[in-house]
Design a protein around this ligand. Sequence first.
Ligand code: NAP
Length: 296
Amino acid sequence: MIMHGNGKSTVAVLGLGAMGTALAEALSAAGNDVRVWNRTSQRAAAAVAAGARQAGSSAEAVEDAALVVVCVSDAAAVRAILEPLAEHLGGRTVVNLTSGSSKEGRALAAVVDGFGAQYLDGAVMAAPADLGGPETLILLSGSATAYREHQSTLEGIAGRATYLGPDAGLSSLHDVAVLAIMWSVLNGFLHGAALLKRSGVEAADFLPIAQNGINTTAGWLAGYAAQVDADDHPGHDSTMTTHVAAMQHLVEETVATGVDPALPLAFKALGDRAVEAGLGERGYTALIELLLSGRP
Ligand code: NAP
């Protein structure tokens, strides 16, 4: 890490949208010497007000920085910024906190490796206002050496900066895996709220029962994760066939109330296919065998 006489380390932040600005602010608040650059220079005002120094070019921003943080719209923008810096990044660590795909993360790791720099691909699992907090989560994957070297600086951005492993695609994969959970929970809540609204029940009145349902289901996950990892799906608590019968109740109630049945029909279609695939007497986690088969 390049240190100054005052003991501060220099960190470059490239990209000053909502998230890049919050990153620069959190890094400044944590005591780093922050150099910022944005394609549209006028957007640097908030980061500068928080203590960062604005560089005249991206090359100037990274000049003294051992750690270069990039956070822009997408992978194409990351490449547009990093490729002209090929001669300037050697020996540095690039942390890319732009949301993207695992394929893009792995490809960017190869590009940055070609510049003689270390690469960490990241996913910010929080809103800009949450950066710098002790409970804020960012996911990181890629160079283990880079993570070890910069762990304390990264924890200044997010107290729960979590390293997932050397495969640079892992942070993006975890990011989308959490999105699958988020939309499942939100859609389930909204479907339930729609069913109840038809009978005059306010969403606020449904809330405690909905939250109890979400928490109860979340409590099953540790046991279910163990079953998935063991490839063992005992139907002790409830079999797939029992689940499919309950899915049919949900479909019928939904149709009877005139609510859009797309969601319960999707649940039921998966359940039916699991039974057809011979998983009817196994536990619910056996569904993962159907998912992993990749068959439509
Ligand atoms: P944003 O406010 O729209 O900012 C986009 C940034 O990308 C700007 O700095 C923009 O520069 C830059 N940019 C776009 N195309 C470029 C190019 N070709 N060359 C150079 N710079 C380019 O977006 P944001 O909210 O900061 O989001 C940034 C990333 O964080 C995204 O991947 C997003 O998914 C992720 N994220 C955001 C949030 C959130 O709540 N905001 C939460 C989690 C993750 P100009 O100013 O010059 O246009």
